[in-house]
Design a protein around this ligand. Sequence first.
Ligand SMILES: [Zn+2]
Ligand SMILES: [Zn+2]
Length: 284
Amino acid sequence: MAEAKPSKKRGGHTYGRRNSQMSNTAEEGELCLFVGHGIGRFSEKSMRYDSHQACTRCVASAREGRLSFDVNRLLKKWRKKALEFWSNVEIGAPDECWNWNGKINPRTDQPQFPWRRAGIASSTQHHPQRVAMWLTWGDLGFSGVKTTCGNRYCCNPFHLIPQKIGVFVDHDSYHDSFELACELHTLKQQVIDYQMDIAIEKAEEGKRIADAEARSEARHRMMFDVDTDYHARFEAVLTDMIDGRHITQTEPDDSAMYTQSPIDNDQDEDCDDDTDLDGKPTDF
Ligand SMILES: [Zn+2]
Ligand SMILES: [Zn+2]
């Protein structure tokens, strides 16, 4: 069989080539998702096979049949993204299908997960099975991925086989692996913590908004109450300004409220010469 030619083509419909053979030439590419896969210690580049933009180190470990659920093996900046992803997956037992609970494209009926991956794919939406592959088997670019279960909503990496890179799959040893069981347990816990954090954030945001509305409502009532004395008004305006929520600060462009252009009735010094000797102003 002829060796696939390295391709220089980037972006576009790169997924269209997912089923072609992986090239055997690599080039500097986007930094891999995994810690320690840069070219040098401080490099922002990883070596990637140019046909599929698969990280060469990730390909090597996938070929040996290594997969991992450990979010901490990812670069720090991607850990939250990974947890966001997994919080959309019904993580079950290793031999079960893990269904996608996230977004389904209403037009194509395909499950999708948003992730901007510059240098890997121009698309910002990815099939969750590919994302699950990236996070467990490795950053294999736009390599194809197939399921052993035939369920297109299944994101169980044990049911996912990256294509055309010679992945070694040994289900028995995966199911017996104590290390993988621990990683899976940790992942589930991290997803629960992540969901908790998100829920707390949302609740706090909601409370902040409600508090601000209540405060502004009370302020309104007080300012428009004819019985409010001058000192109370003055203090209210001052505290609002110090907190940065006075109307002149929050809506600086609202001309109706206060920003009528001031009219300067004084003449500038320069304009003195425009006055006639008898004191009559000249026409402009
Ligand atoms: Zn890698
Ligand atoms: Zn499955």
